[in-house]
Design a binder for this molecule. Sequence first.
Ligand SMILES: [Zn+2]
Length: 417
Amino acid sequence: MRIKFLGGCSEVGRSAVLIDGKILIDYGIRPADPPEMPAPHNGRVHSVIVSHAHLDHSGMIPKLMNSFPDLFMTPVTCDIALILWKDTIKLGNSHGIHIYDSEDVERVAKCARLFNYRKQFVVDSYVCEMFNAGHIPGSASVFIRNEREDISVFYTGDIKLENTKLLNSASLDEFPCADVLIVESTYYGTEHRKRSELEREFVDSVEDTISRGGHAIIPCFAVGRTQEIVMILHAHGIVPYVDGLGISVFKIFERHPSFIRDSEALSAAFKEAKFINGKRKRKKALSQPSAIVTTAGMLNGGPVLYYLRHVHDDPKSKVLLTGYQIDGTNGRRLLEDKSVETEEGMLRVHAEVEQYDFSAHAGDSELKKLVEHFCRKGTEIVFTMHGDNSEEFAAWIRENIGCNAIAPKNGDEYVIE
Ligand SMILES: [Zn+2]
């Protein structure tokens, strides 16, 4: 089996792994100016398996549609990705960049072959299967067995091994044995806080902000985080306003209840939440103390900037970041300099700023446990990718588990026999 790493090595973004020159797992984009894509793959790709809808895994897939490959993914991944790709076109246009057009996206919808978790499908001489990865609704870890050579590979994709309000975690017990493991390493070296404590602290902070007469502005990613935060607030009796793309994504999740841990709780939370569509409602949301859940999660555009323009000099208000803020984003600028860039120029923020680690990825000990599990069951080689510390993770595996482990570089190809 030949495994070629086209992107996402020692970095987060543009994930892409090619198996035997035939099956591509993921084909992501790396947000930069201009956006970066995976390395060239020479030849026609027959089939693509999409682990999940996040753009760093799916963002460049419409670009492959000239050759009409078969696209395998879960139904919810397809529905979410279609929205995100259309949004990518719009965003590109507003920056004068053409990435792909809406016809390419339409073609994806036609070529998509949708499978639920634990349903095997066959591509040439390969048997493939997707497993719940617990990362966002529809996210999958991917298993591929080359029947002719009797070699198998398991690609974790982005994975979480702990339940959240929104999702059941991935389960190590349901994963098959594999000769080769390709594991993400986003949080190698970093442990997450206990979810229940984190939720309590977050809710206390929102309640304090409202009771002192301020606005709790809660920037969230549209996919997964918005819905989880609304559920957490609802469970504690707080009715938030919700603004942005997270509302459309909720409607998709509602159509796929089997991918949600407690779909009734999700629907109940959104039934009470107040949706904002338009400026008039935004003004209303700011007319009295409130909690406002809004996109974009890293403050690079979206309605969150409207709210920041209105509360930036109000010391009673607070911005509660709910995810990691990548270097170069407005969110990172807010954390480091207490300023954000808007169309009208730089804005100094005097409102309080807090950050909560509601990560959808496995933490350090979960990643180690996962690799130990696979190696105990016969995995002979581990590739670490998708993270800044992939090299260190590979070294840890070699030293502590005694398994061959490699942190590949973009463009590297390995032959497994
Ligand atoms: Zn992801």
